[in-house]
Design a protein around this ligand. Structure first.
Ligand code: NAD
Ligand code: UFG
Length: 347
């Protein structure tokens, strides 16, 4: 049985990863400082699976804490979700973002190196791509980001590529095997409705906002712009069911044994469906699937938003043998089940 260390395992994506990993027969060790999550999410993971991850409440910047975990647990690979993820907050508090995301990853890499654990799956983002006139992004597109959050992800990607390159110079006996997973827009929740996204305060992202309007916690959704060069003028994104997304991580772990990683490598893969939906399409489909009205108004564009962005997921299919299974109706029905069963999240 393989043991996976999941950093940030109590968070939105991390908790869904714990469920899929436990159900696939992995032993799961979680490290989380609960800066953006609650221990209750892991209680729910246990209720869904009948299995418990081993929990360490610690900060990934605490080197001693990480070394102790590697000494105690027989870790085979790390899935690294821990980090801060709000674009707006990263603009007002960049040092905190670089400290948590970049420095935190450096500490994790040092601890992994010392423990000779060199299998890593990293949570990157589509935000590392430079804006392109081609809306369907492939892994070889130019990189570049326009905010500190995105730059923190890009810096980590660069660090990981350097670490992998150094193996060739050092002729390492155990080379690093690193998978960079560039997520498009994860939404939805586990079909049980027991775990889901539980944002602090007023959500920034579309789906939690829509759900909170539908349940009456928020009065009205602002649609940020209807004058984009898209089919209905509103922004188009590649929404991906969080369960499909985390299954991509298990495929990535499997791929570490495949030919392309045999002698060590650092490779990026898009995790998206390959299809974009507009904000109005999301609202209309949400209303259809949940039979709930979503009160909205058209508002000016939000600074920094792209018109249209969706994935070319062909490489993940070819090399990770992964593709999405759930459609937009599933994503929105599952998001609503989580929201309506847990109007105040995990509280
Ligand atoms: P989340 O905030 O729900 O989960 C992150 C978890 O990491 C939380 O439980 C938090 O408490 C923990 N954490 C943060 N800093 C830590 C630290 N220094 N030490 C220990 N634990 C720490 O976020 P999420 O949506 O689950 O995202 C997971 C990862 O995926 C993040 O790295 C994020 O940047 C990336 N990502 C998310 C999205 C998205 O839309 N949700 C898109 C692209 C990439
Ligand atoms: N939107 C609204 N109203 C809202 C919220 C969002 O109209 O209240 C629109 C946005 O303008 C955009 C779409 O809904 O067209 C999706 O917006 P999100 O904020 O949900 O997602 P983004 O694509 O803007 O951002 C996501 C992640 C970021 C990441 C970025 C690029 O949240 O962390 O993808 O990968 F940087």
């Amino acid at each position: 049985m393989q043991t996976i260390l999941v950093t940030g395992g109590a968070g939105y994506i991390g908790s869904h990863a714990c469920v899929e990993l436990l159900q696939a027969g992995f032993k799961v060790v979680v490290v989380d400082n609960f800066s953006n999550s609650k221990p209750e999410s892991l209680v729910r993971v246990q209720k869904i699976t009948g299995l418990s991850p081993t929990l360490y409440q610690a900060d990934i910047r605490d080197k001693q804490a990480l070394s102790d975990i590697f000494a105690k647990e027989n870790i085979d690979a790390v899935i690294h979700f821990a980090g801060l993820k709000s674009v707006g907050e990263s603009c007002s508090d960049p040092l905190n973002y670089y400290n948590n995301n970049v420095y935190g990853t450096l500490v994790l890499l040092e601890a992994m190196n010392e423990a000779n654990v060199k299998n890593l799956i990293f949570s990157s983002s589509a935000t590392v791509y430079k804006e392109s006139t081609i809306n369907q992004y492939a892994e070889d597109f130019p990189l570049g980001s326009i905010n500190p959050y995105g730059r923190s992800k890009l810096m980590i990607e660069e660090i990981l590529r350097d670490v992998s390159t150094a193996d060739k110079i050092n002729q390492s006996a155990t080379p690093w095997k690193i998978v960079l997973l560039r997520y498009f827009n994860p939404i939805g929740a586990h079909e049980s409705g027991m775990i889901g996204e539980d944002p602090n305060g007023i959500p920034n992202n579309l789906l939690p906002y829509v759900s909170q309007v539908a349940i009456g916690k928020l009065a009205q959704l602002s649609v940020w712009g209807d004058d984009y060069p898209t089919r209905d003028g509103t922004g188009v994104r590649d929404y991906i069911h969080v369960v499909d997304l985390v299954k991509g991580h298990i495929k990535a772990i499997d791929a570490l044994d495949a030919e392309q990683f045999k002698n060590g490598a650092c490779k990026a893969y898009n995790l998206g469906t390959g299809t974009g939906y507009s904000v109005l399409e999301i609202i209309n489909t949400f209303e259809k699937v949940t039979a709930r009205p979503v009160n909205y108004k058209i508002a000016p564009r939000r600074a920094g938003d792209l018109a249209e962005c969706f994935a070319n997921p062909a490489l993940a299919l070819a090399e990770l043998h992964w593709q999405t299974e759930k459609n937009l109706d599933d994503m929105l029905a599952d998001a609503w089940r989580w929201q309506s069963n847990n109007p105040n999240g995990y509280e």
